[in-house]
Design a protein around this ligand. Structure first.
Ligand code: NPG
Length: 377
């Protein structure tokens, strides 16, 4: 059954970009640093038929990837938005094509594409979930738990997320905070669905340590080595019984196909921002599904905008593992949408309204805004 993934063109009139600073409910620590305030760019596409919203998921510093907020802000305003505004009419699928000459900057491109896609779908009265090919109306919710002060506090944090009803736990690891932390969680909670995420913190020289994780029967180990280390990941995969899942390394459908062909990964974390947009994310889903490779939807501490789009993506049939699709309250006391995602029986509902299916809370949006630019045709 062919899934319709075309949307009608919009006549772009301008883009409004905002940098937001949104406080996190608690610090979030990974192998690459601690975040206390989410710095994010919100995009509003102004079209003849109404507005569309998108989110550029860069972080303040280029620690997870080479992209960072002020770089994305600059490239979007200087190059990407002007290139899109030159066109008289634009279909969402043309955004990536139009921006292809500009190398990299996938998170910036993804945020702009989402805003155009949202505007086009709202104009057609069509939900993003249906447009992408969703087959369920709610998705199982996994939670990503940052590195805590001690193994004991990690067990406390995991315990409280399990009480909330999360269906799968992911813990962040780094050298020195790996085996004992994982053992503590396994010992405390038995056979819960558990996975670990290293965010590129290891090298192949750590293979013995990583092999020790095999005894914990994890769903997967995410991105143990560097972004460019595809061959090393393939070597490591031969050593481990725990499946390797790549995140940072998978920057496009082509990169996904290459990593699979090399045996560098056997599961893929799909993040629209990292791969340049939700349409490219669907292509990765499609190729993995055809190859029988499980995928799951990653998260980048999205606001209600990106969170709604992630839930729509995670509702596609190849997303067979729970994603980092937590409730808004896991990160934010206040979100910028009027109905932030909540956890219901371990699941998050896929919005069904037109476009993203969420409405912006203009007061919250204004409150968190620290910079704003408007570009007109
Ligand atoms: O639930 O949104 C979420 C967070 C999931 O751990 C998570 N994200 O490495 O996958 C990651 C990590 C991340 C967050 C990476 C922000 C980069 C920025």
């Amino acid at each position: 059954m062919p899934i319709p993934r075309d949307a009608a063109s919009v006549v772009l009139e301008g883009f409004e970009l905002r940098v937001l600073h949104i406080p996190l409910v608690s610090p979030f620590t990974t192998s690459f640093g601690t975040e206390r305030v989410r710095e994010v760019i919100i995009v509003r596409a102004l079209t003849a038929d109404g507005d569309g919203w998108g989110e550029i998921v860069t972080q303040e510093a280029p620690l997870y990837s080479s992209e960072y907020t002020h770089g994305a802000w600059d490239v979007a305003l200087r190059w990407l938005c002007p290139a899109l505004l030159e066109l008289d009419a634009l279909a969402p699928a043309q955004v990536a094509e139009t921006l292809r000459p500009f190398v990299g900057h996938r998170m910036a491109k993804a945020g702009l594409e989402l805003a155009v896609l949202d505007a086009a779908l709202r104009a057609e009265d069509r939900p993003l979930s249906a447009h992408l090919g969703a087959v369920v109306d709610r998705v199982p919710s996994g939670v990503s738990v940052g590195i805590q002060e001690s193994a004991e506090s990690l067990v406390d944090a995991v315990g409280s997320y399990l009480e909330d009803g999360y269906e799968r736990i992911k813990i962040k690891i780094k050298p020195g905070r790996d085996i004992a932390d994982t053992a503590a969680v396994r010992d405390a909670f038995g056979t819960i669905p558990l996975q670990v995420d290293a965010n590129s913190a290891y090298t192949l020289a750590d293979a013995d340590t990583l092999a020790e994780l095999d005894r914990f029967d994890l769903l997967l180990i995410e991105q143990p080595l560097q972004e460019d280390d595809l061959v090393d990941h393939a070597v490591l995969a031969e050593r481990l019984s725990t499946p390797i899942c790549l995140d940072e390394s998978i920057t496009s459908a082509k990169a996904a196909a290459d990593a699979l062909a090399l045996g560098a990964t056997s599961v893929i974390n799909v993040k629209a921002g990292r791969v340049g947009g939700y349409l490219e994310a669907v292509r990765i889903h499609d190729l993995c599904r055809a190859a029988g490779v499980p995928v799951w939807c990653g998260g980048m501490l999205e606001t209600g905008i990106g969170r709604a789009a992630n839930a729509a993506l995670a509702a596609l049939p190849g997303f067979t593992l729970p994603g980092d699709i937590s409730a808004s309250g896991r990160f934010y006391a206040r979100d910028i949408v009027t109905e932030p995602a909540v956890l219901e029986d371990g699941h998050v509902r896929v919005p069904t309204g037109p476009g993203l299916g969420v409405e912006i809370d203009p007061v919250a949006l204004e409150e968190f805004t620290v910079a704003r630019e408007l570009l007109h045709r």
